[in-house]
Each structure stands twice: as structure tokens, then as C-alpha cells.
Design a binder for this molecule. Structure first.
Ligand SMILES: NC(=O)c1ccc[n+]([C@@H]2O[C@H](COP(=O)([O-])OP(=O)(O)OC[C@H]3O[C@@H](n4cnc5c(N)ncnc54)[C@H](O)[C@@H]3O)[C@@H](O)[C@H]2O)c1
Length: 459
């Protein structure tokens, strides 16, 4: 079949895979290819068992793979053929040198720029899908323009707003799509090509077009604002526990104000995931590098509050369990950073496990999707960690359960059975406030929610 255009995506991860599957599904006249340096990941995408768990994604991939969606390690060949190249490689926090622990590590992104320059034989549109520091396109253009020979590259910014766990819905029915371009005739022409792709399924009024720098910066700001809501409600949860107020009642009361809104107001153990912390720290670093110390300090507190909330959770466990958990088995319900994903990057579960081990507890981890990643994350920890796909087994002989991930199935477990199998007095620390606390208390548990009065059977 003759395709109208060749789309290439460099980076077959949590963003590249789902976004390109959506484009392939909605634009059958386009040939979409995803390439990656990770041959194992490409093998998995080409197998019946795709490498990421995302509700609804496997069905779409099965529908379009081999028709107009292809996965490959042939990066040079892919670049040669492509009219439009999306770059969705990882941009983690730098762990070394200048800006370590804050700035974005752009080495993967820069490698793709060099590969594009080396293998291009004609004009191309380059689309930044990765989350990048503001004005990164300028650096990309410098690398691309270093090549002589009359090839034109037009760089666009098209940051991705999907959330893991709801990626398919977010892609098929997004609140908005954002495209940033230079406000030049060439920039606007490239912008129109990308708008036309999304317009296959997204109403035109939801496709926002801006200048390049606004688009790049909007992504960092969106994540900073979302994380700020979590840190704000978590800060108040600590106060609720002191003042006998109830964080769920407060969230409902304040969220009913349409200026505040009800979403993202669930108090919890804290946010995780590969994006929030890294993107805020990147924003902080950018502000510092512009000399905006107060602005940097303001946003950095969102991350510090998150660290505090995770620490506070484990301290609460130790305090409630008579100031010692040494030698006690604690069952962690969930290891993924949130429900409906197997992703454990920056999951609060990691710090909780580490802190519990430091207190010499035994930790039994259960999770419906993330046990493989959990084992990898905890490689090298001593033998006091065990992994159980069955939550009932994880809880057997445990002194406490700590709910880390808000998996729906945890609401529907038989807690009477669980209670019978546990050591007494039995504790539940609900780090997501998803369980029926009154019922658990009646069964016999000592229940410790976030931001609410604990329900205990002690005098
Ligand atoms: N995960 C999310 O929810 C999410 C949401 C929005 C935006 N983002 C952003 O999207 C980007 C990608 O995130 P992700 O979660 O998909 O990362 P990921 O680690 O899952 O995937 C990135 C992929 O790029 C590949 N890669 C790295 N260098 C390469 C190179 N030179 N050539 C070819 N492939 C290369 C890696 O092997 C990896 O498979 C990041 O900038 C992230 O901040 C992520």
C-alpha cells in the first residue's frame, strides 16, 4: 500500500508507544514507525506481550501493528525515509556533573539530534515529544544546522500530556493538544502539517498553537501545577491528623468551589512517577540559572513536601507499632507509582521499602502489574524482601498492611480472611485512603488513614 507520509518516532517507551499507536489508528494513510536502541523493548512491542501495561493499548497495537504501525531497531533507515520525526526519548534528571540532581540529562535527546543530522537526505519536520527545558529547540536547531547541504529541518514542540494508567483515553480524547512553532512562514507551515494529523480525531478548538518556547515551558508548568495540588493537600493532611479534622471532608468542601475544582485533591502517601519530580526540579534549575532564586525556592518546596509526606508515612507506622518494627513482617499492597500501570519509576513504594528495611522489618510486596519492576528496583537489597502476586499470601503472618497503590481490587478483598491470617494486634496503614476504614475497624484492625483520625482498639 502507498502511504501518504512516513512518520518516525525515536523512543519506544511509555510515550512513544501509545502516542504513535493512536496516530496509526486514526490516520490509516500514514506509515508510522517507532525505533529504539533497546532491541529487547522492540522485540516485546513486536510480540504478543507488549512491554508496558496500559488499559486498552494492547488492543490498539494488535489492530494496527503490521498494517501502518511498525517497530524496529533500524534507526538510520527510519530517519532516511521519514517526513516527520517525533523524538520521545527519555530525559531523566542528571545524576552527574553540573546540575546533578536537578537539570535534565539531555544526552539521549542530543544523540538523536546527531543521528538525524547524520542520516537525513531531505527536508524534515522534527517534533519534540519528550519533556525538555525551555529553549531546547534552539540547541536542537544548532545541531541540525551544523550540517551543510541545503537540508531544512523545522523544529516543533508538541509536549505530551498523557497520564500513565489512562494513556489511551488521554490520547483519544485529550483536553487539548499543544503545538509550538516558530512564528515564521516555514514554522507555521510545519505547524499546519502536525495540526492536520491531530485534526483527524481531535476537534480543532482543542488544538492549541503557540510559539515554541511557550509550548516547551507549558509542559513543565502543567506538571508543576499538578504536583503542587498534591503537595498542598498532603500538607493539610498532616495538620488534619493533629487537629482531628478530616482531609476527605476538607477536599470535598474546598473542591466544590469551581475556582478550585475537585480533581487531584486526594491526600496520599505522595506523588511518584517518572515525570513530576524530574520536571519540577528541571523548572527549579532553569529558574536558578536565570537568577530567579525566589521562584526556584517556591517550586522546590513542592518536591520537599512530597519527601516529607513519604517520610511521615513510615514514621507513622513505626510510632503506631510501639516504636519498633524490627523483625516484623509488613505487607505492601502495591508497588506501582499509581494504579493501572506497572511503572515503578520514582514510586513512593521504593522509599517506603527502604525505610522499613532500615528499621529491620521484613517486607512482603504484592502488586498486580509491577512485581517484575519491583524486583529490579530492589535488586541488591538483603533477603528481608519477598514478592507475592497473591495479596492474601502477602498478608499471611504480617503485623501490618501498608496500602501504597490505589488498585481498585484492593477495595474488594476479603479483609475478614486477611485479618484472621495476620498477627495481632493487626494494623492497616492506608496510604491512599481507598479502604472502608469503619468496616476494617469493626473487623478488628487498627486503622491509620492519611489526614484522618486513626481508628484503634487501644485505650
Ligand atoms: N511517562 C509519562 O507518563 C510521560 C508523559 C508525558 C511526557 N513524558 C516525557 O516523554 C519522554 C519519554 O518518556 P517515557 O516515559 O516514554 O520514557 P521511556 O524511558 O519509557 O522511553 C524512552 C525510550 O527512548 C529510548 N532511547 C533513548 N535514547 C535513544 C536513542 N538515542 N535512539 C533511540 N531510542 C532511544 C530508550 O531506549 C527508551 O526505550 C520523557 O521526556 C518524559 O519526560 C513522559
Amino acid at each position: 500500500m502507498e502511504f501518504k507520509k512516513n512518520i518516525l518516532c525515536i523512543g519506544a517507551g511509555y510515550v512513544g508507544g501509545p502516542t504513535m499507536a493512536a496516530i496509526a489508528l486514526k490516520c490509516p494513510e500514514l506509515r508510522v514507525e517507532i525505533v529504539d536502541i533497546n532491541a529487547e523493548r522492540i522485540r516485546q512491542w513486536n510480540s504478543g506481550d507488549i512491554p508496558i501495561f496500559e488499559p486498552g493499548l494492547a488492543e490498539i497495537v494488535n489492530q494496527v501493528r503490521g498494517k501502518n504501525l511498525f517497530f524496529s531497531t533500524e534507526i538510520a533507515e527510519g530517519i532516511k525515509k521519514a517526513d516527520i520525526i517525533f523524538v520521545s526519548v527519555n530525559t531523566p534528571t542528571k545524576t552527574f556533573g553540573e546540575g546533578a540532581g536537578m537539570a535534565s540529562d539531555l544526552q539521549h535527546w542530543e544523540n538523536t539530534a546527531h543521528a538525524i543530522v547524520a542520516h537525513s537526505q531531505g527536508d524534515k519536520i522534527i517534533v519534540e515529544k519528550s519533556t525538555l527545558p525551555v529553549r531546547t529547540a534552539e540547541a536542537m536547531e544548532r545541531i541540525l544546522k551544523a550540517r551543510r547541504g541545503g537540508i531544512r529541518f523545522e523544529v516543533l514542540s508538541n509536549p505530551e500530556f498523557l497520564a500513565e494508567g489512562s494513556a489511551v483515553m488521554d490520547l483519544l480524547e485529550p483536553d487539548r493538544v499543544l503545538i509550538g512553532a516558530h512564528r515564521t512562514p516555514e514554522g507555521l507551515a510545519a505547524e499546519k502539517e502536525l495540526v492536520d494529523i491531530y485534526a483527524h480525531w481531535i476537534p480543532r478548538e482543542k488544538i492549541i498553537t503557540t510559539n515554541l518556547w511557550s509550548a516547551e515551558l507549558s509542559k513543565l508548568v502543567a506538571n508543576a501545577f499538578l504536583a503542587q495540588r498534591i503537595s498542598s493537600v498532603n500538607a493539610i493532611s498532616a495538620l488534619c491528623e493533629k487537629a482531628d479534622a478530616d482531609i476527605s471532608e476538607i477536599a470535598y468542601a474546598i473542591g466544590s468551589d469551581s475556582r478550585i475544582g475537585s480533581k487531584f485533591l486526594n491526600a496520599s502517601i505522595g506523588f511518584g512517577g517518572s515525570c513530576f519530580q524530574k520536571d519540577i526540579l528541571n523548572l527549579v534549575y532553569i529558574c536558578k540559572s536565570y537568577g530567579l532564586t525566589e521562584v526556584a525556592d517556591y517550586w522546590e518546596l513542592v518536591v520537599k513536601m512530597n519527601e516529607y509526606q513519604k517520610r511521615r508515612f513510615v514514621q507513622g507506622i513505626v510510632r503506631a507499632m510501639f516504636n519498633t518494627i524490627a523483625g516484623k513482617k509488613i505487607a505492601l499492597f502495591g508497588f506501582a507509582f499509581k494504579a493501572n500501570t506497572g511503572d515503578t519509576r520514582e514510586s513512593p513504594a521504593f522509599q517506603v521499602t527502604r525505610d522499613l528495611l532500615e528499621e529491620h522489618a521484613y517486607v512482603a510486596i504484592t502488586d498486580p502489574q509491577a512485581l517484575g519492576n519491583a524486583k529490579q528496583d530492589l535488586q541488591g537489597t538483603n533477603g528481608r524482601v519477598s514478592y507475592e502476586s497473591d495479596p492474601y499470601k502477602a498478608a499471611e503472618d504480617a503485623y501490618a498492611i501498608a496500602v501504597i497503590t490505589e488498585w481498585e481490587e484492593y477495595r474488594h478483598l476479603d479483609f475478614e480472611r486477611i485479618y484472621r491470617s495476620m498477627k495481632k494486634p493487626a494494623f492497616i496503614f492506608d496510604g491512599r485512603n481507598i479502604l472502608d476504614h469503619g468496616k476494617l475497624y469493626e473487623i478488628g484492625f487498627n486503622v491509620y488513614p492519611i489526614g484522618k483520625k486513626a481508628l484503634t482498639h487501644f485505650e
